[in-house]
Design a protein around this ligand. Sequence first.
Ligand SMILES: *Cc1c(COP(=O)(O)O)cnc(C)c1O
Length: 361
Amino acid sequence: MIPVTKPFLPPQEEYQKYLEGIWKRNWLTNMGPLASQLEMELKDRLKVNHLLFVTNGTVAIQMALKALDIKGEVITTPFSFVATTSCIFWEGCTPVFVDIDPKSLNIDPAKIEEAITENTTAILATHVYGNPCDVEAIDHIARKHNLKVIYDAAHAFGVNVNGKSIFSYGDISTCSLHATKLYHSIEGGLMITKDPDLLKKIASVRNFGIASFDTFSNLGINGKNSEFHAAMGLANLPYIDKIHHKRKSLAELYDKRLLNVLKATRPVWHKESHENYAYYPIIAESEELLIKLKTELDKQQIFTRRYFYPSLASSLPYLPKLELSITEDISKRVLCLPLYYDLTFEEVEYISRVILRIQNN
Ligand SMILES: *Cc1c(COP(=O)(O)O)cnc(C)c1O
């Protein structure tokens, strides 16, 4: 059996080492020393000024909307994980969907302006598969119309654009450290901002809005994360480069075996950036071919994922249905192939052979 993804685990004794400290200190959660250490090491590694370790990538988006006091309409992408949209609605705002660019699969900035109304307050865009959005165009539109920008950078750990971290764009960027993501802390999330005042606000939102022992500064929630999760984050950190390198080699082998032979294309990556190999998506020539591939691969115990299908604009029971042509089309034809650290080159050869055999049958 070959799953679509498998979490990376560090050597058990390296995690164990952190646990000994937790037992000695008896400090289990609430911004403990390991959570602080993880924040420091990540800031250092990613070269960002302000970063907070939070519960998960979903609560990170909710807290970003709350900390920026977003109300009314939020322009967003229909081609993302459901949390991107559900967070907007959960916060009492209205998601306004804008179609995607067929090459990058990110929100199309050229279509954002026509969706802006007097009720628009923010843009929430996803760097899909880690591929940077057109951040300059989005920032330009946001400045012109006085809108806040939040990037759902759940897939984008380790991605740089124009020589700096993708997390440094937008008013707030959020990331997910869920077990299935490129870099993980079992469950976890990150919030990144350039603005030190906003950082203070987010830190307060993360901790129930408590200002001091007997005062409250704002509405807050429990958005903290534990020492055990921080320990996994710390234990995984030394392996990031190794993980990246292995995934890169595996993806390049898929490219070699499938590109120009398989009737499918790949998303086009941002020119000023490099792939982080969080996923290996292909866009099949037709939905028919995709279903044929997926059905037959399932039978062979090779598991792929229709990530992201269906379009969020036309499938959520709590929102009116809207069919955006490019998203409808792409979401029906996109498939992510197995890609994870433990996957072997032999397995990629095997998967590629099976895929081509199914296509040519
Ligand atoms: C995984 C993911 C999230 C949610 O992150 P969790 O840590 O699982 O809550 C949000 N947005 C996108 C695009 C994701 O892939």
